[in-house]
Design a protein around this ligand. Structure first.
Ligand code: ZN
Ligand code: ZN
Length: 362
């Protein structure tokens, strides 16, 4: 219950009456367990002094076993959640005037909840939760490293599957199989973006066949013991031409500059500026379409956000990505991504893989 106690303290400090958590990574982080998230209303209500957990009947026994001692209010499919939500609010004592809400809560659940607390003003619970999740404990960093090792192995499987005539989906299947072989409980996303598809930063994978001369963006992430992985590496089918080499090297210099800028006391904006400066100086500023990175933990994307102008001060224990890219519409894209754990003396790279271009035979 340690995580829940920390949230209570945050509520007290912020003068917020109550926090409502959904089955989300926020709840998993705070309580160590979250019931299945679906359309059924499931809400953990927390005040500085009281707790009430509204849980759909079919998940209630499992939740009680995982979180003994929490007062659970059950509701069944044919009853609907309104009575349980009202009883939960009544059990808190005085109705809260401000209700901080888990940003991952479904809108239909939030609307049902607000109907049960008509006087409460809903506010974004994200800022309340953020400091509790942003600085990782050593056991969390160790879990992220173990999860990262499964992604490293899956990158190896992707490289091995890249050959002329293989489809992006076939390469993606090799990634999924390797994640499973490594014990990952979930494959969260697989991007295998060959040739011109690489110019779309969030392309997934399709039926395009790899061909000689293709640059291939491999960006993959899974989950092990609850913690996310996320890595990007580049493969080239056959020897790359001079233009590809040039763009590849610019991105590498941007990664190195961002790693050098990532120090406790620097801001997220400083790290972004380091990467963006290299790419802009090389003439590709407009082709760097996204922020430099994002935090990673239980969620693949979570604070801090490594983006232009973000004044968040980096602290030891933060874990985030550095992933600059250059996207040349209709031609190819280049990105590399490292997850780093920030230490007092700088970033510790989670992956054990080099960032060198992997050239496979054409
Ligand atoms: Zn990422
Ligand atoms: Zn990624």
């Amino acid at each position: 219950m340690n995580g829940l106690e920390r949230l209570r303290t945050r509520l007290d400090e912020a003068g917020v009456g109550a926090l409502a958590l959904a089955p989300s990574d926020n709840l998993r982080h705070a309580a160590g367990f979250a019931p299945v998230a679906d359309e059924r209303a499931c809400v953990l209500l927390l005040t500085p002094r009281a707790t009430a957990f509204v849980v759909p009947e079919l998940n209630a026994d499992q939740t009680a076993a995982a979180l003994p001692g929490l007062p659970i209010l059950r509701w069944s499919d044919h009853e609907g959640p309104a009575a349980a939500l009202a009883a939960a609010v009544a059990s808190l004592g005085e109705p809260p005037d401000t209700l901080a809400v888990d940003p991952e809560m479904r809108a239909e659940t939030l609307l049902a909840l607000l109907a049960a607390v008509p006087g409460a003003r809903p506010v974004d619970g994200g800022p309340l939760i953020r400091p509790v999740r942003e600085i990782k404990a050593e056991d969390e960093i160790a879990a992220i490293r173990r999860s990262g090792a499964t992604a490293d192995a899956a990158v190896g499987a992707a490289v091995a599957a890249c050959r002329p005539g293989a489809t992006e989906l076939e390469v993606a299947a090799a990634v999924q199989a390797e994640f499973s072989a490594q014990g990952a409980e979930e494959v969260v996303f697989v991007t295998v973006a060959s040739g011109p598809n690489g110019a779309f930063p969030h392309y997934a994978a399709g039926t395009r066949e790899l061909a000689a001369g293709d640059a291939v963006v491999i960006d993959i992430g899974g989950r092990l013991d609850g913690y996310a992985s996320d890595i990007t590496r580049m493969v080239h089918v056959g020897e790359p031409d001079a233009r590809y080499r040039e763009v590849h090297d610019i991105v590498e210099r941007a990664v190195v500059a961002a790693l050098a800028a990532a120090r406790p006391g620097a801001t997220c904006g400083d790290v972004d500026a380091a990467a963006r400066g290299v790419i802009a100086d090389a003439g590709y500023g407009p082709q760097f379409l996204h922020r430099t990175g994002h935090g990673l933990g239980l969620s693949t994307h979570e604070p801090p956000w490594i983006m232009a102008g973000d004044a968040t001060v980096l602290r030891a224990g933060m874990v985030f990505s550095i992933e600059p890219g250059i996207y040349l519409d209709g031609d190819f894209g280049v990105r590399r991504e490292e997850i780093v754990a920030l230490r007092d003396d700088g970033p510790e790279i989670v992956s054990g893989l080099p960032r060198d271009l992997q050239v496979v035979p054409a």
